[in-house]
Design a protein around this ligand. Structure first.
Ligand code: PLP
Length: 236
């Protein structure tokens, strides 16, 4: 039996090869795309194994669990991305411990993160409800320009791009969602002054990273392909 270290290293190599192949197919440089290792519900030992294999960016969904991992590892060479739903009573901890937040979807949350952040600005992506599903988080495309303006007012936040989690209906719908988000990303970028570092398009997960990269993703969020299946967990 392979030990966990060897297993995780081999999963990481497989994912990096998938990213490189997907980039090559559409003439993009593999260095254009960041692999975010989504470590929610996974033990700190797993994160340590991936870190030993060279992985530096980690994504977490549950604040309490994440803060424990971040403070235990206490490694400034790692970057931590919050990718879960944001409750307003958690903004203080998020602003204090994370380097990136992918899921800002309303002005109230942006302002609370702004008020709580000290030190280097927090990198922010706005989550867009790209397929306009009723149940899902994310700002609707029509309301995006106003939220962009709100975030730009926040000196402790640095607006870096957009993120979405499309519903996995089928291949056609997913590709369309990626394409739509890319269009919004380019439109928003055009509206901003060139001094803004609006450079990150967070889309694509284990099952659709190739399609997302083909449509312009610069950051794929990978859980299952790296760590294996997760036990279901209730959001807390
Ligand atoms: C859990 C999660 C992922 C990882 O999904 P996999 O299908 O396991 O790769 C990516 N993004 C978000 C927002 C998630 O919550």
């Amino acid at each position: 039996m392979m030990d966990r270290q060897a297993e995780l290293k081999s999963h990481l190599e497989t994912v990096m090869t998938r990213i490189q192949t997907a980039c090559a197919q559409v003439g993009r440089a593999a260095s254009d795309v960041t692999c975010l290792a989504v470590s929610k519900t996974k033990p700190i030992e797993d994160i340590d194994c991936l870190r030993a294999a060279g992985q530096t960016a980690f994504g977490e969904n549950y604040v309490q669990e994440a803060v424990e991992k971040i403070t235990t590892l206490a490694d400034p060479s790692l970057s931590w991305h919050f990718i879960g739903a944001i409750q307003s009573n958690k903004t203080q901890l998020i602003a204090q411990h994370f380097d990136w937040v992918h899921t800002v979807d309303r002005a109230k949350i942006a302002r609370r993160l702004q008020d709580a952040r000290t030190g280097a600005p927090l990198n922010v992506l706005i989550q867009v409800n790209i397929d306009q599903s009723a149940s899902k988080a994310g700002v609707l495309p029509d309301a995006l320009p106003a939220l962009v303006n709100e975030v730009l007012q926040c000196s402790n936040l640095r607006l870096r791009g957009l993120m979405s989690i499309p519903d996995p209906v089928d291949e056609t719908a997913l590709k369309q969602a990626h394409r739509d988000l890319k269009v919004l990303f380019e439109q928003t970028k055009t509206r901003l002054s060139s001094s803004e570092s609006f450079d990150t398009l967070s889309m694509g997960m284990t099952h659709d990273l190739e399609w997302a990269i083909a449509e312009g993703s610069t950051l794929v969020r990978i859980g299952t392909a790296l760590f294996g299946k997760r036990e279901p967990k209730e959001a807390t």
